[in-house]
Design a protein around this ligand. Sequence first.
Ligand SMILES: O=C(O)C(=O)C[C@]1(C(=O)O)C=C[C@@H](O)C=C1
Length: 368
Amino acid sequence: MADKAVTLDELRQRIDTIDSELLRLISERAGCAQQVAEVKMAAGDVGEDGQVQFYRPEREAQVLRRIMADNPGPLKGEEMARLFREIMSACLALEQPIRLAYLGPEGTFTQQAALKHFGDSAVTKPMAAIDEVFREVEAGAVQYGVVPVENSTEGVINHTLDSFMGSQLKISGEVVLRIHHHLLVGPNTRREKISRIYSHAQSLAQCRKWLDAHFPHAERIAVSSNAEAARQVRTEWHSAAIAGDMAAKLYELEKVEEKIEDSPDNSTRFLIIGDSSVPASGDDKTSIVVAMRNQPGALHDLLAPFHRHQIDLTRVETRPSRSGAWNYVFFIDFRGHRDDPLITETLEELRQCAADVKVLGSYPVGVL
Ligand SMILES: O=C(O)C(=O)C[C@]1(C(=O)O)C=C[C@@H](O)C=C1
């Protein structure tokens, strides 16, 4: 005879017991975090900004990596890490709530990236422009800033690279977000009436083929952000916006069509900027900006130390330097931490041939 099937009531009782256990364990963890705060304060564990370092990016990356590696399933590793991300975010808020500025307005992908990286307990403040995010952090009004730096289809965000040139801020983390664009309309708009489509220029470019195929005659209007596009179309019955989930939710728009981006793996990388250096987490990246003398073979000289030491370059970008016409600087990202002896040696060799080398920061490779 087959085993008696488990009933819904029995399963719910089991879930209740497990939830009580989870509740106890999460509370115990939160109590530990409170003690961590006391230990840090007693030890005077201050960073370069003179403040106690409650937020520890390298430790958070290690916690999340371990959770993903040990996850037994059936939940996916990423899903489990997201749950732990929120637990840690709430634990950090008990130590001291973290304050962030991001490229706004509310509802942008940058806000989504900020919450993905820091969790929902972070206190966030939208800024109107990338350089304002830098200024807000420099002024000490917030501890960290979140800015976009490159998109997989549209390339680098020059404003962000240029802002680093005149700033002493360091990179303390990165977060990569899959970007899904939707065609959104307000409550009184019908699809066949759409004659204008608003979005940020980058998003219009990322959906160009889809727009050519489905709305070849609609006027495309570039505005300052996707969230601004979403705000605008709420009251325009003949208009649609291209924006993401956060903006759709914030402005209560209807999705006429989902995931209209031309490239299925459209993603944007964001940087976390702050005052303090981050110790090694075990899987790190370093970003530097290098000014080369204007002479033949400069690019070769620049890359040679990396090649010699077999260092994995993940990005090389060129930008005009601000010091005069025809002078360029290189933004370089590579695997490894500035405290690794191999990286220290590479940077030393680089300094011998470069006019200037500035380390923007070593930080954990994005986990989520
Ligand atoms: O380990 C620490 O330093 C903590 O403060 C604890 C904790 C956590 O909840 O695990 C919380 C915040 C930090 O950013 C890192 C980790």
